[in-house]
Design a protein around this ligand. Sequence first.
Ligand SMILES: NC(=O)c1ccc[n+]([C@@H]2O[C@H](COP(=O)([O-])OP(=O)(O)OC[C@H]3O[C@@H](n4cnc5c(N)ncnc54)[C@H](O)[C@@H]3O)[C@@H](O)[C@H]2O)c1
Ligand SMILES: [Zn+2]
Ligand SMILES: [Zn+2]
Length: 366
Amino acid sequence: MKESVALLERVTTEESAASTMKALVYHGPGVRAWEDKPRPTVGSPTDAVVRITTSTICGTDLHILKGDVPTVTDGRILGHEGVGIVEEVGAAVASVRKGDKVLISCITSCGKCDFCRKGMYSHCRNGGWILGHTIDGTQAEYVRVPHAETSLYPLPTGADEEAMVMLSDILPTGFECGVLNGQVKPGDSVAIVGAGPIGLAALMTAQFYSPAEIVMIDLDDNRLEVARTFGATKLISSADGKAVEKVLDLTGGAGVDVAIEAVGIPATFDICQSILAPGGHLANVGVHGKPVQLRLEKLWAHNVTITTRLVDTAATPMLLKMVTSGRLEPKKLVTHRFKLGEVMKAYDTFGKAAKERALKVILQST
Ligand SMILES: NC(=O)c1ccc[n+]([C@@H]2O[C@H](COP(=O)([O-])OP(=O)(O)OC[C@H]3O[C@@H](n4cnc5c(N)ncnc54)[C@H](O)[C@@H]3O)[C@@H](O)[C@H]2O)c1
Ligand SMILES: [Zn+2]
Ligand SMILES: [Zn+2]
């Protein structure tokens, strides 16, 4: 009798260990915790559950923690970037199977709605940016990914996870919102304002199109030096507030063909609109929390194009090939590595990015 009670107790403990997991949970502005949460299960036939092996922290996660994204509510597991192993799939999922290594896109897409049919997955009526936002995310031991067939990408065997995890968000964002929308062409002069992971991703992928000059602008000299190693031809510190004059000097007063805004504040949008050559493209990437002043009194006659975009991740298959072939080396963005269980420490480091010289902080499962 005693033995059977002991056995029952052991089975119950093992079952609850199998039904819980550790995750980084948001509890309102400024409050986060690494705590037990129920382990996700397949809830719909189109779902997959993925065991996270590599994840990372995005600047957007810091915005959420500051309370800038009120659609994220108390109790939400953060994170929208990750690589992992498929643990379980719903009955309707055929493109990935248990045991497959996959990339998790930051954008979940059903592939069927009107916006998905236009390739505008970010506005999917049944998805979009939901991971770590309106549903639980990837800074956890496991994550449930809806619409798995169109939101997961099987990875080649031997793929470098640290490089691959840059494909969840930053590479498609820099490329689609910055380079594609900016219509970078051979011979162009390009200015990128903001040398964070997104600006650097735009810098890397702008070179697909052989621009003549890529000017990188930031306040942080360390990040500017990193930009040089990624192919920037000119570096400008905007710490003295004279970035516009310096760009105009560099271009003989003409301005640039493409200005990519990769910060998200009025001052940097203003730099971009003030350095555009006639016919230029201003591609906004930054997430803006405040209105900007549009200088239409000057721009109306300048034949310029201003674009905005939420990353669609439509370019992910192409970018995946470029990383796999070694033509793109996003792993060079990794500055720090932590175990997933040290995610609280990883946030402390990433939160002081300038002081810690942090760009991308990798979280690895044990
Ligand atoms: N559109 C999208 O779909 C999308 C997707 C992901 C991220 N984003 C946004 O892209 C932006 C960049 O992301 P990140 O992760 O690289 O951010 P980040 O904070 O790491 O980098 C921003 C950089 O801007 C620099 N900066 C700040 N003020 C400046 C100024 N006055 N002049 C010049 N440089 C200045 C900082 O030093 C920093 O290096 C953020 O706003 C982020 O939310 C947009
Ligand atoms: Zn992000
Ligand atoms: Zn859709």
